[in-house]
Design a protein around this ligand. Structure first.
Ligand SMILES: [Zn+2]
Length: 345
């Protein structure tokens, strides 16, 4: 889990995925036939077919997004407090008393505390205690003199949450496991493929800007024009207190989730059946997933050019879009195994 710890702790705001990309690039060195970065910043790793068939090899594109929900500096006020622009779907109830990291333009990093404006509980009245602040009410305090803040930090500097990655029993927990777990799966899969044979022309793509509207997958899928697209992402595991059974999506530890649909894409029926049959034949733990709201890069793969057969595989995740995102290690291994089994056919 050392690689996942590093991936989880790296900052990768949408549009500023370079640190994650550089790290993945160092891990896939020698594992792919071609490695390139496209104009938007997607990292494309191609493994050419090792089994020759009669027909032209079908292109399979996997998409694993590198970005995380984050912020950009919006402005610095006269007292040196920083206001933020959000990128991605935060639940503001989870943004109180957070440590953040600001990446400055000289390549440095400045730590700060994120809090909503207003009074502490001791002096707040009942109304103030109960209200959930809006994004514009949050600010970052770096502890630096205002002149230094103004000199070092400018609008557009990325701001990401800070959280240590930990192993807890069979689980791992940390920030942005959405979607660094898929980055981990992508690298592990490339390692596995380097010792396997496949009739497919495989593109494992580490995409950018998923959290703000699957933007990197849209352009990279256009360029690659896959026959089959597979999105790899996290999904909700709400197997926790307070969520009744009829609202369950997936269960932690019950295996990789084969997505039937979410609100952006309906998985190709034959691919769903193929993945189920494979999982059963290979005795890989799996579960089915229907997600009422949300989407993944699979939606972009499906709509590339004149369309592709597409599906998403999901890793069940508790407390999604918080810094305590939690996944089960067995579900990670099951995801790699099922993808490998599919690509080796
Ligand atoms: Zn995601």
């Amino acid at each position: 889990m050392d690689m996942l710890k590093i991936l989880s702790e790296l900052p990768g705001a949408p549009g500023r995925e370079e640190k994650v990309r550089d790290y993945i690039r160092s891990k896939v060195d020698g594992l792919a036939d071609e490695v390139s970065v496209d104009p938007m910043g997607n990292l494309i790793c191609r493994v050419k077919p090792t089994i020759k068939g009669d027909e032209k090899a079908k292109k399979v594109m996997l998409a694993c997004h590198m970005d995380e929900i984050a912020f950009y500096v919006r402005s610095v006020d006269d007292n040196g407090f920083i206001r933020l622009q959000q990128l991605g779907g935060f639940d503001f109830r989870n943004l109180f008393a957070r440590r953040v990291r600001i990446q400055t333009r000289d390549g440095g990093e400045i730590l700060g505390n994120l809090n909503p404006s207003g009074k502490p509980i001791h002096i707040a009245d009942a109304d103030e205690r109960n209200k959930i602040p809006k994004m514009h009410e949050f600010f970052v305090d770096t502890g630096l003199p205002k002149d230094e803040v103004k000199a070092k930090i400018r609008p557009g500097d990325p701001v990401t949450l800070v959280q240590e990655f930990v192993e807890m029993g069979d689980m791992v927990s940390g920030k942005c496991l959405d979607n660094r777990v898929a980055c981990w799966v992508g690298v592990r899969l490339l390692e596995a493929l380097s010792e396997a044979k496949s009739a497919y022309d495989i593109y494992v793509v580490f995409t950018v800007q998923e959290e703000i509207g699957i933007r990197g997958a849209t352009t990279s899928a256009y360029g690659i024009s896959p026959d089959i697209g597979i999105g790899v992402d996290t999904t909700l595991a709400v197997d926790i207190p307070g969520v009744p059974g009829e609202h369950q999506i997936t269960n932690l530890g019950d295996g990789v989730a084969i997505k039937i649909m979410d609100s952006y894409a309906i998985s190709n029926r034959e691919l769903v059946d193929e993945f189920i049959d494979l999982a059963e034949a290979k005795k890989i733990n799996y579960q089915m997933e229907i997600l009422p709201l949300g989407g993944t890069d699979a939606a972009a793969l499906q709509r590339a050019r004149s369309g592709a057969r597409a599906i998403a595989l999901s890793i069940p995740t508790r407390y999604i879009h918080t810094v305590t995102e939690t996944v089960h290690k067995d579900d990670l291994y099951a995801t790699v195994e099922l993808l490998r089994a599919f690509l080796e056919q």
